[in-house]
Design a protein around this ligand. Structure first.
Ligand SMILES: [Mg+2]
Length: 212
C-alpha cells in the first residue's frame, strides 16, 4: 500500500515541531533509550468501542510503577497510539487531549515519577493510508526525532521513511504493544517489539524489558 507522508502524526501537547519540555530522568542524563508504548491494552483497558471520554479510562495495574521503573532505567517514554475516531468524525482532538490529561494525572497521582514524556497519536482512519498509522512506523520516527532534538536543544525538522537517512541506533529501545500492528510497527521501524496481554498490560513484560 502506498502511504501518504503528508498525513503527519499529531502531538497531544501541541505543535508537532515545537520543542518538548523534558522532565529530568531520576538517575542521571539520558543516553538515548526510548520506550515506545502503545496505549490501550498497555497502559489502560482497551475497548472495542474506543475510549471515548476521561470517565471511561481505566488504568491497568502497576502501570505507574512500570512507567517509573522505565524512567529509572533511563528510558524516555513515548506513547504511540492509533486514534481513528477522530478521522471517522466520532470525536475531536480536544476530547482526546482531555483523556490524556486524565491519564497523566492518574499516573502521577500513583507515582510521582510516572511521566509520559511525549504522546503522539494518529487521528487518521485506516483508509487514509497514513504513514503515521500503525503498522506504519511514522509515529515512532517522529517520536525519536522530537525527543532527540529536544534533548539537544536543536530545531525539530522531521523526516520520514526513505527521506530519513541518518537514523540513530535503536538497539537499546523497545516498543510495547498488545496487538500485531504494534509488533509490525516495531519491525518496520527497527526496534525490539514486546507484546503484552491486553488484560494485564505493561507490568507483564517490565522485567523482560529491564532484564531482571
Ligand atoms: Mg493496544
Amino acid at each position: 500500500m502506498a502511504c501518504d507522508c503528508m498525513l503527519l502524526p499529531h502531538r497531544d501537547d501541541g505543535d508537532l515541531n515545537s520543542s518538548l519540555e523534558l522532565k529530568p530522568l531520576p538517575n542521571g542524563p539520558w543516553k538515548g533509550k526510548i520506550a515506545y508504548l502503545d496505549r490501550d491494552g498497555v497502559l489502560n483497558q482497551g475497548s472495542e468501542n474506543y475510549i471515548n471520554s476521561p470517565d471511561e479510562l481505566v488504568i491497568l495495574p502497576e502501570v505507574s510503577n512500570s512507567v517509573a521503573a522505565l524512567r529509572e532505567a533511563g528510558f524516555r517514554i513515548c506513547i504511540v497510539t492509533n486514534q481513528s475516531p477522530i478521522g471517522r468524525g466520532i470525536w475531536s482532538s480536544e476530547n482526546l487531549h482531555s483523556i490524556h490529561e486524565r491519564m497523566r494525572e492518574l499516573l502521577l497521582n500513583e507515582n510521582s515519577n510516572a511521566h509520559l514524556d511525549l504522546i503522539l497519536y494518529s487521528p487518521y482512519a485506516p483508509w487514509d493510508g497514513s504513514w503515521a498509522r500503525k503498522p506504519n512506523p511514522g509515529m515512532l520516527e517522529a517520536g525519536r526525532q522530537i525527543i532527540d532534538a529536544s534533548e539537544n536543544n536543536s530545531r525539530i525538522k522531521l523526516k520520514f521513511g526513505i527521506d530519513w537517512k541518518d537514523r540513530p541506533d535503536e538497539s537499546c529501545s523497545v516498543m510495547v504493544g498488545d496487538r500485531g500492528v504494534d509488533m509490525e510497527a516495531a519491525m518496520n521501524f527497527g526496534v525490539r517489539g514486546i507484546r503484552c496481554d491486553p488484560d494485564i498490560g505493561i507490568s507483564q513484560v517490565i522485567s523482560m524489558i529491564l532484564g531482571d
